[in-house]
Design a protein around this ligand. Sequence first.
Ligand code: ADP
Length: 219
Amino acid sequence: MQPKALILFGPPGSGKGTQAKLLREKLRVPHISTGDMLRERIASGDQLGVQVQGLMHAGRLVPDEIVNRLVADRTSKADCSGGFILDGYPRTLQQAEVLATQLRRQGFQPVVIHLKVDYTKIIARIAGRRQCPVCGALYSLTSNPPQRPDHCDLDGTRLAIRDDDKESVIRERLEAYDRQTRPLLDYFAATGEPFHELDGNDGTPQEVLAKVGRVLNLE
Ligand code: ADP
């Protein structure tokens, strides 16, 4: 059987990152988040980080060539040979086309999972989102608060609010999603590759994971 490239697709705040982390534990394959990779580059202050910082903080997409290169480099590493999870990529038609060619050449089966969530929920979720700047663990002030306020349960680091999680920037990100990313749904449907749509509005992350497991025929 071909190894799978699981593509988690959905608007910002739909729970892609949370599901990707849970799936990584379950499937034991790498979780590739373009957002996390770009934030790491900003934190390290290297040239690419400096180049993308302004766009990311404004809630705009970074150029396709940059993310295409990051993903191609990452997925060609040995630990991806049994499959991997993509979170936040592809986000434009050009990215999707580049990815499709790459997956075909490398022999991975793409499987898209679309997490559908209403806009009103998204804004509330993103506003309450906190992340550990060291280990990347995600928290929600309403549904998954840390045990000690403002500190990571895993390593005690003070939790951070992402620069682009401010309300004015959230709107820009949702607009970018509508304009550049949502149209990919038609593209995916037309490829004839496996495509699953799930309601991500309600339930705990574990309950949503169970739905993902069912469509993927895990267990
Ligand atoms: P979210 O899905 O919650 O918006 P991400 O961490 O996936 O969060 O993305 C944060 C930001 O990183 C995006 O707003 C964009 O600026 C940049 N980014 C991430 N992935 C991509 C991508 N595939 N193409 C272009 N920009 C990206």
